[in-house]
Design a protein. Structure first.
Lengths: 301, 276
């Protein structure tokens, strides 16, 4: 069953086509990443899923309901949302802020301590938000999105402005939620860190969906090469040079690049040479490289 | 209903937290006391109730001050939350946009009511306790009318403020429009009418001018309070108004109520169409 189904949705603001006839589905329990430059249409897409913006054309269905219909309120309590930028009221404490949103969702207030623990804000829960650092505010926003065990979690740039430790905290929470069966829609710039967590990627460019699939599928389709680096004693290097030619040597390290699907064959060939090797590094193209290859030539705003 | 209550209590807590209620109540009390004592000085030992003098003074204060603070409370409410990003977040929760506006309205009106009742109440009590007239013989009816109609006046400008706030894209624009609206209703409108009357055009119909005046809610408010008793009418120069020029309380309340409801409904309608 699909949690989110978008059927050729468009959103035009005047002449600007923020989202242009896009079709996209997110299955229940899936983690889909929306990737694209600023202005690619990620936020508009998220707003259509949340029922904040009415599509100019096409239909959206989220958990079986039309997000713009009034009965969508029935499923809103099962949706957690972290906006790209949110400034909570400075004169309220973290606990008051979460209690406010929990009451609106009809969620119990007893779960709040647990939420503060999860985002590492337990000690600061009763302090005013004016005393929070940027990272703490972002974590409070994340805790807010987790209120009431959402079945659908939508995170718009969840790691922007976070230090590496807080980022890891965010990622571990995403992992937890995923294990718990929550459907996750995440838009992000931090591509490399997302690699291992997401099931599929949707790459957006100027309101169009330019690629959709798992990272492995995208790699194959684009034909980006995998890199193989070999460290070996000098004697082995000579043998390698005889076999593969010497153009692949840089600073005493052998570099090979090959299409992703020929990787195994190449490694087998190396093994068959039966020489002593110190180390092998295999690097597949990262989400970042795939993204750059697909959106090449576009100026970043 | 539960959610509406949550929205209301948040607004009330905000007003309390940022010391808004305390500040406005203090200002209202101080101004009301000053005006009341200044106003009561010349009455001496006449037969006019000192509280009636206070009602006349305070209603003049209200006409300037209450629309201003109501607009200040309301102009920022939608557009400010939109700029901070909390509006987007709020609307992903199971609340309708109408509930959001209503929650703000009821919460703000509660804050305003506290400021009015405490501020004017302190002034009224002080005057009636220090005067020579018997406490029970005071013009309490006029005073209660003043309190209730002042709350109504506040409600009117809250609704108008939400209309502006739901419509514009930037806080600065909303602030400028709020000031413009205040100037229009409190000063310019009456000046325009006065100019019309002073032009001496013989074709001007007195009845028409009267209704033109009452369309402005601040004038309806003035009429409602200044003619509330023979004492207040005498003090404000309204006593000369012949009975056929009097407007019934019901009509005045109706005009003021429409000024609450129409802008509030419009504010909800504008807010529903607002792009986020």
């Amino acid at each position: 069953m699909n949690n989110i189904t978008l059927t050729s949705v468009s959103k035009h603001y005047g002449k600007t086509k923020a989202v242009n006839t896009m079709g996209l589905t997110v299955a229940t329990g899936e983690c889909l990443a929306l990737v694209g430059h600023n202005g690619a249409g990620k936020s508009t897409l998220i707003k259509m899923v949340l029922g904040l913006v009415r599509p100019t054309a096409g239909t959206a269905k989220v958990m079986g309901y039309d997000p713009m219909a009034t009965d969508f309120n029935r499923v809103r309590q099962d949706i957690g949302f972290l906006p790209e930028q949110v400034l909570f009221q400075n004169n309220m404490t973290g606990r008051e802020t979460l209690a406010f949103y929990a009451q609106l969702k009809g969620a119990s207030l007893s779960g709040l301590n647990d939420l503060f623990n999860r985002v590492d804000l337990y000690k600061a829960a009763d302090h005013r938000i004016s005393t929070y650092s940027k990272g703490m505010r972002q974590r409070l926003g994340l805790a807010q999105a987790l209120i009431g065990q959402p079945k659908l979690l939508i995170l718009d740039e969840p790691t922007t402005g976070l230090d590496p430790a807080s980022r890891q905290n965010v990622y571990s929470i995403i992992d937890d939620m995923k294990r718990g069966g929550t459907t996750i829609l995440i838009s992000s710039h931090a591509l490399t860190e997302l690699d291992s967590r997401i099931d599929r990627v949707a790459i957006l460019k100027q309101g169009n969906l330019v690629a959709l699939g798992s990272i492995a599928e995208l790699r194959q389709n684009i034909g980006l090469a995998s890199e193989i680096k070999i460290h070996a004693p000098d004697s082995s290097m000579e043998l390698l040079a005889q076999h593969f030619g010497d153009k692949c040597f840089v600073n005493g390290v052998a570099h090979f690049s090959c299409p992703a699907d020929e990787k195994i064959a190449l490694i087998r060939e190396l093994m068959d040479l039966n020489i002593s090797l110190a180390d092998i590094e295999v690097k597949d193209p990262s989400l970042e490289q795939i993204f750059l290859a697909l959106t090449e030539g576009q100026t970043n705003e | 209903m539960n959610r509406l209550w949550t929205l209301i209590t948040k607004e009330v807590r905000d007003g309390y937290r940022n010391r808004w209620v305390i500040m406005i109540t203090l200002i209202m009390t101080t101004l009301a006391l000053i005006l009341s004592f200044l106003g009561s000085a010349p009455t001496g030992t006449t037969s006019v109730s000192p509280l009636a003098v206070t009602v006349v003074s305070l209603s003049s204060l209200s006409i300037f001050f209450i629309p201003l603070i109501a607009l200040l409370l309301a102009y920022d409410s939608v557009v400010g939350e939109a700029e901070r990003g909390t509006l987007t977040l709020l609307l992903t929760h199971p609340v309708s946009r109408t509930e959001v506006i209503l929650g703000k309205f009821i919460g703000h009106l509660f804050l305003l009511t506290i400021a009015i009742v405490v501020g004017y109440g302190v002034a009224g009590l002080t005057i009636s306790l220090t005067g020579e007239t018997n406490f029970a013989d005071q013009e309490w009816k006029s005073f209660i009318r003043l309190l209730l109609s002042s709350v109504l006046l506040g409600a009117i400008f809250l609704s108008i403020g939400y209309m502006v706030s739901a419509w514009v894209r930037e806080r600065g624009t909303a602030a400028a429009m709020a000031i413009g609206i205040w100037l229009l209703f409190v000063l310019l409108y009456d000046m325009g009418l006065l100019a019309l009357l002073a032009s001496g055009d013989s074709g001007i119909n007195g009845e028409l001018v009267k209704w033109l005046m009452l369309i402005n809610p601040t004038d309806s408010y003035r009429m409602f309070n200044l003619t509330s008793s023979s004492d207040t009418a005498l003090l404000s120069g309204m006593a000369g108004l012949s009975s056929e020029h009097r407007v019934s309380d019901a009509s005045l309340i109706l005009i003021m109520m429409s000024w609450v409801i129409a802008p509030l409904v419009t504010a909800c309608a504008i807010f529903k169409r607002r792009q986020l």
